[in-house]
Design a protein around this ligand. Structure first.
Ligand code: SRM
Ligand code: SF4
Length: 574
């Protein structure tokens, strides 16, 4: 029997969520009873906290909220289910299952997320168990897609270096498996697994890595393969940068303490960039990840959740403390970091031939939403492709999808379907739109303060008029919008970022780098569309006229003094 995990004492009392976790008997709570309760289409607040660990959120349709309140009805409760796909890889069969479930139980759309996962929105409580069972039958799962544990492990869906990708993807899967919660609650509740006897004395055996309280907060890991930083490695709690030599993977640089979230008006919260602290070989990777997680488990703030992310644990105690603590726990020292160079954090669209002689087609999905409309039957087109495609689908960290590993023989057949359904690699759009991302926000996100996914496309329509006039149509500029300061579309790393403040109002940030290694800076607070456009217009015209050779927009606004460069979250609010 392993030793029970005893956390060092914290000076302040634990938050309510810590108490819910402690009482939950390893994430069971009263979920079974809540799901059966016919009186409400929702579940209790405590169970909703636990539900996240099972990969789902209770939501309500915010478009209907006021009307239902007026009619004295309970909110239009529904669940969002997030399906983990390490590295964003799904087989054609799995794609078809996602598509089917979205129609059968969800709102008829699929959402590809900024962390390479699938989301289905709009599932009613009565259909939750069936949905999760069918997801698991397709060999995918939702466990730990959300909650205070390690989340979906991101990995570059690199089509160029197929061999390196395969290895890196293998490591992302291993990280995902090895860091998964071990509780049998998921099987019991959703998959009718045999009930494990409620034996509190054996708690130390249940979660050897996490313990009964799990982590103080969510934890995110991603692996980047230079020169592509599409996974935004510096936004991860723990980031790995693949280092290759002579086309062989020799190990990973380790970056710690990135994160995007903050709270408006609270300067103790800020987006932060991960910092590179050393290098490890592939066979040391899992050990490093586990030990880093135990440090956050033991020292993360369990009293105030908004200060609980790993970035604050590190910033409070210092990077040297972290490195010493990690080396101590490892029992060996990290090697020095290797040189690396990123040149972008976006996706490259269209057909590309990989080093394995297979073809890959990356298509542009506006803000990750897969749906059919009269003008664009995207969902149908992808379904038809999935029926004949023998390779896999790779969800990208920029909410797009790659139809991957297409043989030369199959390429023509798939191209015909691409043509038939006019599936686009974004060639008809401006480079700005091709480099855009927006989070979900309204109507499903309970935390949204302003629109994002439903609004950014129309804002870009208007910005496109300016960039056309300025001759910048093919200039790649990273633009991102989030409906609140949680930063789910990683706007603090964009060259132009918008963070929702209230209905129709955004804080506008400028000066992130094109490669995702610098934070943006507040340029103007709480502005609406008219002001956004009137501020962007002169900046974009000045950029068109005065930019130096190959100078990126984010670098230009810093050089010309519009905003200061921000290299650490500690300077974000200065
Ligand atoms: Fe996120 C919470 C959607 C990536 C930072 N995020 C939420 C919730 C679950 C709202 C809630 O707690 O009730 C949103 C559900 C909306 C909906 O209706 O679907 C939500 N987050 C998303 C997704 C779907 C956005 C998207 O447009 O793709 C992304 C799902 C990723 C996945 O597959 O796991 C998503 N969220 C992110 C990212 C980007 C990333 O991880 O690379 C971030 C910033 C990075 C980070 O974590 O620092 C992010 N989400 C947050 C936060 C702020 C955490 C913090 O440090 O304070 C919250 C709120 C929270 O945790 O309390 C949040
Ligand atoms: Fe919701 Fe805010 Fe995340 Fe957007 S950034 S999905 S509004 S939590």
């Amino acid at each position: 029997m392993t030793k029970k995990i005893v956390l060092p004492p914290q000076s302040d009392p634990p938050s309510d969520v810590e108490d819910i976790k402690r009482r939950s008997n390893y994430l069971r709570g009263t979920l079974v009873e809540s799901l059966k309760d016919q009186m409400s289409s929702g579940i209790s607040d405590d169970d909703n906290r636990l539900m996240k660990f099972h990969g789902s959120y209770l939501q309500d349709d915010r478009d209907l909220r006021n009307e239902r309140q007026r009619q004295k009805l309970e909110p239009a409760y529904q669940f969002m289910v997030r399906v983990r796909a390490p590295g964003g890889v799904a087989t054609s069969k799995q794609w078809l299952v996602m598509d089917e479930l979205a129609h059968k139980y969800g709102n008829g759309t699929l959402r590809l997320t900024t962390r390479q996962a699938f989301q289905i929105h709009g599932i009613l409580k009565w259909n939750m168990k069936k949905s999760i069972q069918e997801i698991n039958k397709a060999l995918m799962d939702t466990l730990a897609a959300c909650g205070d544990v390690n989340r979906n492990v991101m990995c570059n869906p690199n089509p160029y270096q197929s061999k390196i990708h395969e290895q890196v993807y293998g490591w992302s899967r291993k990280l995902s498996n090895d860091l998964s919660p071990q509780t049998k609650a998921y099987h019991e509740i959703w998959l009718d697994g045999e009930k494990v006897v409620d034996n509190q004395d054996k708690e130390e055996e249940v979660e050897p890595l996490y313990g009964e309280l799990y982590l103080p907060r969510k934890f995110k890991i991603g692996i980047a393969v230079p020169p592509n930083n599409d996974i935004d490695v510096f936004s991860q709690d723990l980031g790995f940068i693949a280092i290759t030599k002579n086309d062989q993977l020799i190990g990973f640089n380790i970056s710690v303490g990135g994160g995007m979230g903050m709270t408006h008006g609270d300067k103790e919260t800020y987006p932060q960039l991960g910092r590179v602290i050393g290098f490890c070989t592939p066979d040391q990777l899992i050990d490093v990840a586990k030990k880093v997680i135990t440090i956050q488990r033991d020292y993360g703030n369990r009293s105030v959740r908004k200060y609980a992310r790993f970035k604050y644990t590190i910033d409070k105690r210092g990077l040297d403390w972290l490195i010493n603590e990690l080396n101590d726990r490892l029992g060996w020292e990290l090697a020095d970091a290797h040189d690396y160079k990123f040149d972008h954090n976006g996706d490259r669209y269209g057909w590309i031939k990989g080093s394995n002689d297979q073809w890959h087609f990356t298509l542009f999905i506006q803000n990750g939403r897969i749906k059919d409309s009269d003008e664009y039957p995207l969902m149908t087109g992808l379904r038809e492709i999935a029926k004949v495609h023998t390779g896999e689908f790779r969800l990208t960290p920029n909410q797009n999808v790659m139809i991957s590993n297409v043989s030369a023989n199959k390429k023509e057949e798939i191209q015909k379907l691409i043509d038939k359904y006019q599936i686009t690699a974004g060639e008809q759009y401006s480079a700005l739109r091709r480099n855009s991302m927006a989070c979900v926000a309204f109507p499903t996100c309970g935390l949204a303060m302003a629109e994002a996914e439903r609004y950014l496309p129309s804002l870009i329509d208007k910005i496109e008029l300016i960039i056309d006039e300025a001759g910048l149509n093919e200039e790649e500029i990273v633009i991102r919008m989030s409906g609140c300061p949680n930063g789910c579309s990683r706007p603090a790393l964009a060259e132009i970022g918008f963070i929702g403040k209230g209905p129709g109002k955004y804080n506008m940030y400028l000066g992130g780098s094109f490669v995702g290694d610098r934070l943006s800076k507040l340029y103007k607070e709480s502005i609406g569309e008219e002001e956004i456009l009137s501020l962007l217009k002169p900046l974009l015209f000045q950029y068109a006229k005065e930019k130096e050779a190959n100078e990126r927009f984010g670098d230009f606004v810093i050089r010309t003094g519009h905003v200061k460069a921000v290299h650490s979250g500690l300077d974000f609010h200065d």
